[in-house]
Design a binder for this molecule. Structure first.
Ligand SMILES: [Zn+2]
Length: 287
């Protein structure tokens, strides 16, 4: 959709309220950004272009087509909280995804932006035939802040130690692209990280597994890609991996002095209120 059209469509829903709050506005080739100040908006737009290129190269081995994987990004700053939401375009004439990121400056410029851009790129790359949501979240979660990853590993290690780890069969059954909730998100990210490492950190292999899971189902894909004969094998392998991570995650947690920020996927970002209310029903992904 031409930028002029998008800007016009946004004026009533986003731009005017944003201007009223003194927000910054910037745009680049693929992104339109609203942020609390101009410098932040410009930096987010520049970073988004860079991450768009990097993520495509890292996971797809090629650049995204020019003019695809575009997004309108609404940025809010919070000192002790982080959250991101990507709403896939649900209309053929609306080719901009909607992204909301809310957190400390370091997070919105880096991990949160990268995470949500994975959803933007996947929405474009796999349009009409999306990857299973738990695997898409697994890819996105690989860009989470190290402190968030450490907290997640610690929680999963505790779950494994106490026998409270979720059932892998429930996680791989997650489908569609609806919000999956905080606990499922943590488990999906952990399970995906385990499989990623099981495959030697090979992104091509992991992505092929994701596509096979979508096309053939998890059981066949696990056998073909990772030699796991059943979901029971996956459960055992995952539990052992989580327990092994306990010691190293304690080390990372001890070294982390950052204040924030536990993802709280169910909270709607504050900035969402106006623009989101003005948009029709959309498919929403949350982290
Ligand atoms: Zn996500």
């Amino acid at each position: 959709m031409p930028f002029r059209r998008v800007a016009a469509a946004l004026a009533a829903a986003i731009l005017l309220p944003a201007m009223a709050q003194g927000a910054g506005f910037a745009h680049s080739e693929h992104f339109i950004v609203f942020a609390p100040d101009l410098d932040l908006a410009k930096t987010v737009a520049a970073n988004a272009e860079q991450y768009r290129t990097e993520i495509a190269a890292e996971w797809f081995g090629e650049a995204m087509k020019k003019g695809t994987a575009r997004a309108i990004i609404q940025v809010s700053l919070s000192a002790d909280y982080n959250s991101g939401v990507t709403a896939h375009a649900d209309h053929p004439e609306r080719d901009y995804q909607q992204v909301w990121i809310d957190g400390p400056r370091e997070y919105v410029l880096g991990p949160l932006l990268r995470h949500e851009l994975v959803h933007v790129l996947c929405a474009s790359r796999f349009a009409g035939s999306p990857l299973p949501i738990w695997l898409e979240e697994g890819i996105a979660a690989s860009y989470d802040h190290p402190a968030s990853v450490a907290r997640r590993r610690h929680a999963m290690a505790q779950g494994a130690a106490s026998g409270d780890l979720p059932r892998a069969s429930q996680i791989v059954a997650l489908c569609g692209s609806h919000p999956i909730g905080a606990e499922n998100y943590r488990a999906a990210a952990s399970l995906a990280e385990h499989l990623f490492e099981l495959g030697g950190g090979d992104r091509t292999r992991f992505l092929a597994f994701a596509v096979e899971t979508r096309d053939l189902g998890a059981a066949k894909a696990l056998a073909r890609s990772y030699g796991l004969r059943s979901l029971g094998d996956l459960q055992q392998s995952w539990e052992a991996w989580c327990r092994d991570r306990a010691r190293e995650t304690e080390q990372v947690r001890a070294e982390s002095v950052e204040q924030p920020v536990e993802p709280a996927p169910q909270r709607a970002p504050a900035a969402v209120t106006s623009p989101r209310a003005a948009l029709p029903a959309m498919t929403v992904l949350t982290r």
